[in-house]
Structures are given as structure tokens and as C-alpha cells.
Design a protein around this ligand. Structure first.
Ligand SMILES: [Zn+2]
Length: 428
């Protein structure tokens, strides 16, 4: 039963797009630039984690999660971010709050012409500056709620992306609004907005006005062990800031697939890199485990990232909650860890680990014991067990890809690394 054929999956999945990003330590860094570390502690209810504390911090479902999202401008308000250290193969070394001196970044005054539908936040992200900075540099923005297309803004840019271009696109048979938006890495609402006067419905041969938004080049193939990357998400979806304090730019929406089900499409957005890693890992898992049951993708990020209940992280398009594979005997309601297929779960963990692009997988400590037993039964080597599972070391110990986090009893929380080509993505 070749239900999971790549061609089909690839085709289905190619059709999507949009944004997000987040985490704790980074919040500390970004916020402290403006308000000092004490503020950070108050805002998040916890001190910035040290390496040994981090694993104990539940990545989501915290009762103390802030009622309001953290201020959006902060991720770009701080000093230039030092390049993140090269990721090591084994995620043991969680960097503590990095205090390395920021590298000097060559900045430049530029003039930006506002594109229809563009928001101040979009422009701030684009040039890696903050919203307050934009307002400070441009008297015309002071006290205004709106910006207008065609207005010119002076910006002391930290990032210099290629300029937006106004192009005319000829509609092809079978095009959809969302497909066209996806093709150019822009928002569907913007494509509709730009063309609302002249185009009532899409007709092959018709002309659409598009302001293209060249972003980053597509990420290189994730892992050298993966000679045939099977799936590529649309390029341009960028994680910005930290998992607990960040957002998603031009995010990619996880497409429907036979490989998994999606609990809530509004919360199924990620960076290009995250969606790539997720889909390719699941393809790998389906191949190696032979598991044919349901795999449910729960929360990822919102389209534009940021805070949403009840999650603390999931803000920057790098976090994915996945309900673990179920035993055939499992009932849909009231699952417990006795309903989980732990042998298949071990294969799932290995598939993610094999991507080389996963920073952590959160799973509560008691359930790690079950995973560990299944791994032993499957013949895992001592080295593999040590590298991949924190158990039987203490729940707070800084070891293993799989780390303890409260509440993760029948689902795991996968945190994908920052893409190597994205220096706006931040990690702890
Ligand atoms: Zn989660």
C-alpha cells in the first residue's frame, strides 16, 4: 500500500505558504537592550534560563504564560545579533545566554518606497530595524496610524534585502490566489488587495500586479546523509527572534497530506526550514517504521508568529507539537501513554534526529522511560540511547535530544534548529 508516495506528497505540499518564530533566553537578550534584564524576568515570570535550567522549562502549556503577547518590536530592537554558534551534532551544549560582543554590521541609510498593503512591521523586519526606530527617522510617521503606498521612508538599515519589484504576472490555468501568493512569497490578502480594482476573479491569461518580495535564497539541503531531499517547502519563510519571543515572516503553512492530519490549520505555520525538516522527517518515519496509523500535527505557529494560548513558545515558526503514534487499540478520546505505540514513537524520534536539524524534542520524564524501553527492545546501542534520550539521567540534566518538559505525555514537542542561512533566527 503505497499511500505515502513522494510524488503525490510533494505535489500536494508544494502548494503552500506563510510565517512565525520564538523562546526564552532570547527574549532576555532582545528585551534587555531596552528595558534591562529585570524587566525580562518580570515579563516572562522566569529568569533567563541557564544551560542547566533550560530543559526544565516547559515549552508550552504553562499556567504562568503571559496574558498579553510580548512587545513585537523587541526582537529587532537590540544590538545586532552575533552569529549563532555552529550547531553541534549532539545538542548537549545549550548555550547559556550569550554575551559575546555583537559583531559590527555595516549599516546603510536607504530610502524605501512603501508598497501597497505594506505594514510598518513588515518594513521593520525587512531591514532589521525596530518600529520605534522607523518612527524616529521619519517625522511623517509620527502620530499616524497608517502608512501610504508610495511614501518614501528613510531607514538606517541593518539588513539590505534585494528591493521589491513591481511586476505583471499572467494568470495560468489552475492558478489560485493562494498559489500565486505562494509562488512570490507574499500574502494572499496583498495579492487580492493590489488587484481589487481591476480583477474580480482569476482568469487564465489575465494580468495581475504583484510586488515581488525577494527574500532569502532557498536553504541548502538540510542534511548530508539525505542525498535525495524529497520535499521542499516554499522558500522565504523566516523565523525571527526566539521561540518564546519572536515571530514568523512570510511563513509557510503546512499543507494537507496523507502523511499526517492537521488539528488546526490556523496554527500550522512554520519557517521554510521547519516545514522542510518536518515533512521530510515524517516521510522518513513512514518509510522506516511501516506505521500506517494516524499522526496528528498539533500546534506549530500562527501565520505571523507571536504569542498564542496556551503556549509559551511556538512563536517563531520552529516549534511543532505532534501527537505520538497510537496503538491500533487506542480509542480516540482520553488517550494515555498506554495508548501510544512506543516502538513507532522511537522510529519517529530517530527520523527527526536523523535530519540533524532538530534542537530538542520535549517529552515528560515518565514517558521517556517508556520510550527508552522501546528503544532497547528495538536494539538501540548505548551510544544512541545516550545521545537521544535524557532518561535515565536526571530530568533537569543537560543531556539527550529528548528532554523533559511537563505535560508532554502523549505528544512530543519538536524544536527545529535555525536555518544556517537565516541570521535573524535566534536560539538560546
Ligand atoms: Zn509545544
Amino acid at each position: 500500500m503505497e499511500q505515502w508516495t513522494f510524488g503525490r506528497v510533494g505535489t500536494i505540499l508544494l502548494a503552500l505558504l506563510c510565517v512565525a518564530h520564538s523562546s526564552i533566553a532570547h527574549a532576555a537578550k532582545a528585551v534587555s537592550a531596552e528595558t534591562g534584564a529585570a524587566e525580562t524576568t518580570r515579563a516572562f515570570g522566569v529568569a533567563p534560563p541557564t544551560a542547566s535550567e533550560l530543559p526544565g522549562v516547559s515549552p508550552d502549556a504553562l499556567p504562568s504564560a503571559p496574558a498579553t503577547p510580548p512587545p513585537l518590536a523587541s526582537p529587532t530592537a537590540g544590538p545586532p545579533t552575533p552569529a549563532s554558534p555552529a550547531p553541534s551534532a549532539v545538542p548537549d551544549a545549550v548555550p547559556a545566554t550569550e554575551d559575546a560582543a555583537p559583531e559590527p554590521v555595516s549599516r546603510k541609510w536607504i530610502q524605501h518606497t512603501v508598497v501597497p498593503g505594506e505594514r510598518l512591521d513588515d518594513i521593520a523586519i525587512r531591514y532589521d530595524v525596530s518600529r520605534p526606530e522607523l518612527i524616529r527617522w521619519n517625522k511623517s510617521l509620527q502620530g499616524k496610524a497608517y502608512i501610504y503606498a508610495g511614501r518614501k521612508l528613510r531607514i538606517y538599515a541593518r539588513a539590505l534585502p534585494p528591493p521589491r519589484q513591481k511586476i505583471s504576472y499572467r494568470v495560468q490555468r489552475g492558478d489560485t490566489w493562494s498559489g500565486i501568493a505562494s509562488k512570490f512569497g507574499v500574502r494572499e490578502s496583498d495579492v487580492r488587495f493590489w488587484n481589487q480594482k481591476k480583477v474580480k476573479s482569476l482568469r487564465a491569461g489575465g494580468e495581475l500586479l504583484i510586488f515581488t518580495n525577494p527574500l532569502q535564497p532557498p536553504a541548502p539541503p538540510e542534511s548530508p546523509q539525505e542525498p535525495t531531499p524529497v520535499f521542499h517547502a516554499r522558500a522565504g519563510g523566516m523565523s525571527i527572534g526566539l521561540p518564546n519571543h519572536g515571530r514568523l515572516y512570510a511563513g509557510v503553512q503546512l499543507a494537507k497530506s496523507d502523511l499526517y492530519s492537521i488539528r488546526n490549520p490556523d496554527e500550522a505555520w512554520g519557517s521554510t526550514h521547519t516545514v522542510d525538516v518536518l515533512v521530510n522527517s515524517i516521510i522518513k518515519f513512514r518509510e522506516t517504521s511501516g506505521y500506517r496509523g494516524k499522526l496528528e500535527i498539533r500546534a506549530m505557529s500562527k501565520e505571523r508568529g507571536g504569542y498564542f494560548k496556551p503556549h509559551r513558545s511556538h512563536q517563531s515558526g520552529r516549534d511543532i507539537d505532534i501527537r505520538l503514534p497510537l496503538l491500533p487499540s487506542a480509542v480516540e478520546r482520553q488517550q494515555t501513554d498506554a495508548d501510544i505505540d512506543w516502538a513507532a514513537s522511537w522510529e519517529l524520534i530517530k527520523a527527526f534526529a536523523g535530519s540533524g536539524e532538530v534542537e530538542y524534542i520535549f517529552l515528560a520524564y515518565p514517558q521517556q522511560r517508556r520510550l527508552y524501553a522501546a528503544a532497547q527492545t528495538a536494539g538501540a546501542s548505548n551510544g544512541e540511547l545516550k545521545t537521544l534520550i535524557q532518561f535515565p539521567r536526571r530530568p533537569g540534566s543537560n543531556h539527550g535530544l529528548v528532554r523533559h518538559a511537563e505535560g508532554h505525555t502523549i505528544h512530543i514537542h519538536v524544536r527545529v534548529r535555525c536555518s544556517k542561512t537565516n541570521d535573524r533566527c535566534e536560539t538560546y
